[in-house]
Design a protein around this ligand. Structure first.
Ligand SMILES: [Zn+2]
Length: 548
């Protein structure tokens, strides 16, 4: 049974202490059903009254359009600001409000409201009625949206929580409510983090504290938070496997695949990458990993079966009989097409045997006449850039993406925007650019080309599915340009150098035993720079070209 996910809001109350920024932490009572004994920020689930029009009218300093855009939801975001202010008053006794005429609430005025606060906590008084009786306006001016966390699956209670930073109004004393919270502390974020285990700080609480730990003042914390272009959501995923049930965050390699293959969060999906065992990735796509793991191939080459009653096989892999048998067994006679991204020996050689067994049509680009290519590869249909292929009930758009290989093609599955990238983009290791067929200039152009493709997820030739495709491609471009800058600065320092001399400096972050492989990429960078007129070469010696 799925646990419903309740929207919630949490406030990190901040003040400028003698030794820097301090945040208010409250301890949940031991009898609490959600995280008993843990130190947290005041907060809780949204209530219907938080979205009442008469309450929203009393919220000043923020408008609905900004709130919705900031929280990246279509409507209703203002209710989170209201809930944050309400929970802060109920749980911490701090009221982020002012009078109808704009006057700041005096500490005495807030103290006088303690009976009504208790009534609010007991549910005997509704927040809208309270605000109307006291003629209060809610002050959103000193509140900034800072983080978003969804409780992972399998927990008895799940919340979709928006975290806010707020300046504690001067003069108001925080006081925990005694029913939900039994202790309160003002702590510098770095001090709270140092005591994380003792304080039983939940993961989101730690993450928020880490985000503000190096900021010196309340004003800077609010300013820096508001200046962020967007707040990234955290929705941990759960999957099963050889190491038991595990929790994954967006920075973890299996994360995007778990989210994609288990959108309902049943947690009945695996993080294991086991050759020979078919894994269903969605209603159209199944993956079988070939038994060829290694430094260049990761867990092995990914073979994808795509379609319904008729299947297209993408990258049948190396000509290993056990792998071909696994594809045939999984397909149950449905293989109609074989698509190859390129003709390296770990991607296309199984095509001929699989065709012989199934009669499928082979699609791709012929192999170039360079070493380590599957020269036997004989496509029945040549994949042409941008010319859509309607294969049964699915449509693929081939994208010629030279760089790793001159005949490299990515295939966009139009129905779901899954992009099969072969070795153009892979998960877990750097793509080899090995001249002469490998071409760094072309590779970077082909990466740029992906940025204009409408794609939701990358299905690489090796490794897990990759989420946020454009972000990942931008990261790859930045990485390559960073290496190029290092090559140029090494040349600047050395004057003239050959490959062996340059690799030591330009790849000083790579272990020496990998320098022979790195020299191929270095050569690719140098060829690009020579082609661009930024470096000159004579008799194996490279130097920076004189500026224009
Ligand atoms: Zn390859």
């Amino acid at each position: 049974m799925q646990t419903s996910i309740r929207p919630a809001a949490t406030v990190v109350l901040l003040r400028d202490g003698a030794n820097g920024l301090e945040a208010l932490m409250l301890r949940r009572v031991k009898t609490s059903k959600f995280m008993p004994g843990a130190y947290v920020f005041p907060g809780g689930a949204l209530e219907p009254g938080d979205a009442a029009p008469e309450v929203l009218e009393r919220l000043s300093g923020i408008d609905a359009e900004y709130a919705n855009r900031r929280l990246e939801i279509a409507s209703g975001a203002l209710a989170y600001w209201v809930a944050a202010i309400r929970e802060c008053f109920e749980e911490a006794g701090v009221l982020l409000a002012h009078d109808d005429d704009g006057a700041i609430l005096t500490p005495a005025r807030v103290s006088a409201l303690s009976a009504k606060r208790a009534a609010l906590c007991r549910g005997e008084l509704e927040f809208p009625a309270f605000l109307a009786e006291e003629r209060l306006r809610l002050a959103a001016r000193d509140i900034a949206y800072v983080d978003h966390w969804v409780t992972p699956p399998l927990r008895p209670r799940r919340f979709d929580t928006r975290f806010f930073l707020a300046r504690a109004p001067s003069g108001q004393e925080a006081s925990h409510d005694q029913t939900e919270m039994d202790n309160s502390l003002w702590l510098r974020p770095q001090d709270a983090l140092a005591r994380a285990a003792e304080l039983e700080l939940p993961v989101p609480t730690r993450a928020v504290l880490m985000g503000i730990a190096s900021i010196g003042s309340v004003q800077r914390a609010l300013d820096e938070t508001r200046a962020k272009p967007r707040i990234v959501s955290n929705r941990p995923a759960v999957a099963k496997g050889s190491e038991g049930t595990k929790l994954f965050f967006s920075r973890d390699a299996p994360y995007a695949e778990i989210r994609w293959s288990d959108p309902e969060e049943t947690t009945e999906t695996t993080y294991d990458m086991v050759p020979g065992i078919a894994k269903r990735l969605d209603s159209r796509v199944t993956r079988i990993i070939a038994p060829n793991p290694g430094m260049m191939t990761g867990p092995g080459t990914n073979t994808y079966l795509v379609g319904d009653d008729e299947l297209a096989v993408i990258d049948p892999g190396p000509a290993i009989d056990a792998h071909i048998d696994a594809i045939v067994a999984e397909a149950h006679g449905r293989v109609r097409w074989i698509l190859c991204t390129h003709t390296h020996m770990d991607h296309s050689p199984a095509a001929a045997k699989l065709k012989a067994k199934t009669g499928a049509t082979v699609i791709g680009m012929p192999a170039p006449d360079t070493p380590r290519q599957d020269a036997e590869f004989a496509p029945d249909v040549i994949a042409r850039h941008g010319e859509a292929l309607r294969l049964g009930k699915v449509t693929f758009v081939p994208l010629h993406t030279p760089g790793h290989a001159s005949n490299h093609v990515c295939y966009l599955l139009d129905e779901t925007k899954m992009l099969f990238t072969g070795d153009h983009v892979m998960q877990g290791s750097t793509v080899i650019i090995n001249p002469p067929d490998g071409d760094m200039r072309a590779y970077l152009r082909s990466l740029e080309a992906i940025l204009s493709v409408d794609t939701k997820i990358i299905a690489p030739g090796h490794g897990y599915l990759i989420g946020a495709p454009h972000e990942e491609v931008r990261r790859l471009i930045t990485h390559r340009l960073g290496r190029e800058a290092k090559v140029l600065s090494a040349l600047g320092a050395l004057g003239e150098a050959d490959l062996a001399g340059l690799v030591v400096r330009a790849y000083d972050d790579v272990p020496a035993e990998r320098h022979p492989a790195a020299m191929r990429s270095l050569l690719a960078h140098l060829l690009k720079l020579v082609a661009e007129g930024r470096v000159s070469e004579s008799a194996g010696g490279y130097r920076r070209a004189a500026g224009p």
